[in-house]
Design a protein around this ligand. Structure first.
Ligand code: NAI
Ligand code: UGA
Length: 434
């Protein structure tokens, strides 16, 4: 098939590349021309495992074309995906400016009947507004079909999620559209049960509900972790105890120092906002967000309990700045809150992340933080190690190296990855809910 993906960020670049890998001819369009120029030279704007080699090979075979020229792309495509950002506004509502601007740009240059597919996460009703906006700005007689096809990939494992989706949700208004999108996705999906076909509004809603439910599971478990601490139970054991019930499952009930990322925080607030706009005040969702904001402070509270409110004269080694392992994304990362709280109390920070240091530096302005290129260098003369993101390279601890480099044998483990046995080697270990 001949496709255009508008927006070459985490979602657009990954899905466009995966479609090209399956033999489709894909134009990836972005209005950030520097990004496009770099991509043409196989320089990627993001770190995502295995993506670089796929981009290179698909450009070489001519199936993946990066361009800033929307007309060139649309002239050669029948199916157009919109995958631009839908960030949070200050009041928590969803900023749809990028989506609506794309709709106007499409209306200006489109030259033949096309299917427009909304892949960005958008509030219920947005797809129909996009269709209206395009149609009302067209000066030619062109048929526009609209579909909602939300994306469920996770950063860090995005290629795998895209190539082997649990399900593909398609919201559309006629069989022709369902058939076109089913044909497109059939190269990823061997089992037809994985297609979930529905009306457009329900598809848009499903995306928010999936993210809100996953966020709810995490906040629920973080709340339980905080209760576990009060009563002397261990949340890791509790997870095993409840996860074995198939109705509950083991996934997304890991307690920690809060969820981050570009989607859970904004999508929970986006859904709250949509509900409010329609005269409903959600109670559970509001607390999911509040629990998460407080959870980002749990490690800081433990640091203060151990060292006192005034952290001046102390240095903290941070391992992990990205919002989760295997990505360079720091959007809404707990590390941003934890680092700023430590510095506000007079502490200094030495930080290391395998991939996210540059992005973190661009989002965090302080003279009291230095960045190192190795997980061991940050430990030198630090008073404690603070583990925020559980990259694999942090899992196996070299206790001798830690003891040699740290001033004090103290570890704050924000993801509960270390064994309490390290206490036998004289380390103080603080975890979440254990
Ligand atoms: N990041 C993720 O893991 C996931 C994101 N989503 C959703 O997908 C959407 C996109 O998210 P990301 O890829 O993370 O965003 P992003 O911010 O990484 O990328 C968006 C891209 O769109 C481009 N853009 C903006 N306006 C444009 C225009 N008029 N013409 C051409 N390009 C334009 C930007 O330059 C940028 O490269 C959002 O709605 C998000 O909620 C859904 C599932 C996963
Ligand atoms: O809409 C989106 O953008 C995407 O949002 C999430 O994906 P992502 O944000 O990439 O990463 P997750 O693996 O879901 O992790 C999100 C956050 O939750 C935290 N988390 C996750 C699981 C858990 O048990 N506990 C926990 O604290 C992670 O550390 C991370 O900060 C969803 O998992 C994807 O399905 C969805 O497509």
């Amino acid at each position: 098939m001949k496709l255009t993906i508008i927006g070459t960020g985490y979602v657009g670049l990954v899905t466009g590349t995966c479609f090209a890998e399956m033999g489709n001819n894909v134009y990836c369009v972005d209005n950030n021309l520097e990004k496009i120029a770099n991509l043409k030279n196989n320089i990627l704007p993001i770190y995502e495992p295995n993506l670089a080699s796929l981009v290179k090979s698909n450009q070489e075979k001519g199936d993946l074309i990066f361009t800033g020229d929307l007309k060139e792309a649309l002239d050669s495509s029948n199916v157009i995906f919109i995958a631009v950002g839908t960030p949070e506004k200050e009041d928590g509502s969803v900023n749809l400016d990028y989506v609506y601007n794309v709709a106007l740009e499409i209306a200006e240059v489109i030259s033949h009947d096309s299917l427009i597919v909304i892949k960005s996460t958008v509030p219920v009703g947005t797809a129909f507004k996009v269709k209206e906006l395009i149609e009302s700005n067209l000066d030619k007689d062109i048929k526009i079909d609209i579909a909602s096809n939300p994306e469920f990939l996770k950063e860090g494992v995005a290629i795998d999620d895209c190539m082997h989706p649990d399900r593909v949700i398609i919201g559309a208004q006629n069989d022709e559209v369902f058939d076109t999108l089913k044909e497109l996705y059939s190269s990823f999906i061997v089992n037809s049960d994985r297609f979930v076909l529905m009306d457009v509004k329900s598809a848009e809603m499903s995306k928010y509900v999936a993210n809100a439910l996953l966020a709810t599971k995490i906040s629920f478990m973080n709340e339980i972790a905080n209760i576990c601490e009060k009563v002397g139970a261990n949340v890791k054991n509790v997870r095993l105890g409840i996860g074995s019930d198939k109705r509950i499952g083991y996934d997304f009930i890991y307690a920690g120092c809060g969820y981050g990322g570009s989607c859970f925080p904004k999508d929970v607030k986006g859904l709250i906002n949509t509900a409010a706009d329609n005269g409903y005040e959600p109670k559970i969702l509001a607390n999911v967000d509040e629990v998460n904001e407080n959870q980002k402070l749990v490690l800081v509270n433990k640091i203060v309990d151990r060292f006192g409110e005034d952290l001046s004269g102390l240095t903290f080694a941070i391992w992990g700045l990205s919002f989760k392992p295997q990505t360079d994304d720091v959007r809404c990362a707990p590390s941003l809150v934890i680092a700023s709280e430590i510095i506000e109390r007079g502490g200094k920070i030495q930080a290391y992340d395998p991939k996210a240091t540059d992005n973190f530096q661009q989002n965090f302005d302080s003279e009291n933080i230095v960045y190192e290129n190795s997980k061991y260098d940050v430990l030198n003369d630090a008073d404690a190690l603070v583990l925020i993101t559980e990259w694999k390279e942090f899992r196996a601890l070299d206790l001798d190296e830690l003891a040699k480099r740290l001033n004090q044998k103290i570890i704050f483990d924000g993801r509960n990855i270390y064994s309490p046995k390290i206490r036998k080697a004289g380390f103080e270990l603080y975890q979440i809910g254990c």
